[in-house]
Design a protein around this ligand. Sequence first.
Ligand code: UDP
Ligand code: MG
Length: 321
Amino acid sequence: MSVEQNTSASAPPELSVVIPVYNEEENLPELGRRLLAALTPRFADFEIILVDDGSTDRSWELITNLHQEHPQHFRGVRFFRNFGQHPAVFAGFQAARGQVVVTLDADLQNPPEEIPRLVDKLNEGYDTVGGWRQQRHDSWLRKFPSLLVNRVMGWVTGVRLKDYGCMLRAYRREVVDGINRCQETTSFIPALANLFAGRVAEIPVGHAERERGASKYGLGKLVRLNFDLMTGFSHLPIHLVGFLGIAIALLGLGFGLFLFLRRLFVGPEVEGVFTLFAILFVFVGLNTLGLALIGEYVGRIYREVRGRPRYVIRQTLGGEE
Ligand code: UDP
Ligand code: MG
């Protein structure tokens, strides 16, 4: 196998590293150096794909330099404008050829030196390995939403992880292929991966403070990301509205029944006002339920439109190659 790898230029590399880059001119030179230092002794053949997410600083120039200096290790993809971190990682996944794909932030908050450990863990027989930021150096404004996301995502996808937000992760080729077959425009890659990965592991990784450049996530972007997560992975909000509708309608029915019995045994209440309430409750409840039903259909249409693969095959026996 190694002979073949050395002779044919099209053999897939052992490892692809995918990095979204948005205005990271201050971090790119050190990132490049540290990646090469961490990967060269360990991997015979690897590629680093830097996806420039519409940077307005010198990031693309620096990516071009890295590619020219080390064409066998650095590749670049440049977006027309800023599309977001996850779309950038999607683009990197499309371009990646490696048997193992690792994602990483460009701001050096995720130490590149952890990559070999992630790959080691993957080779123990896991489909994805996530980093878990044991001592996270971020503000509370960033940490608190993450806490919520971890809870909700664990619940919704059925895969409990300590840290859904950590982008330092390793994926097996088959999982990346599964993600590449998804048609959706907005998504959250670590959660999407869990739909296809059967064996998931998490290892603690280091996390540094952002030393240069500012965080690219304002409150608006964070809120949007969390809405993407909620609508992308669950119909739970719609179901809750449906349950609310049923509850209100039942309450109205119960109240109506109570008023009816009261009329039989005690006599009529004041001018039928409460009867009206009971009727109103039933109709409001039915309305709400109707809304939830429409929502359910819309949700199902959304699910179809996303075109996610129904399954991903690990192995087949017999048949064609
Ligand atoms: N990023 C991107 N497009 C964006 C926002 C961020 O490609 O619109 C990249 C950014 O360059 C970095 C990674 O995504 O490599 C994480 O961003 P950041 O460090 O700003 O997020 P935080 O660490 O604050 O969550
Ligand atoms: Mg960061």
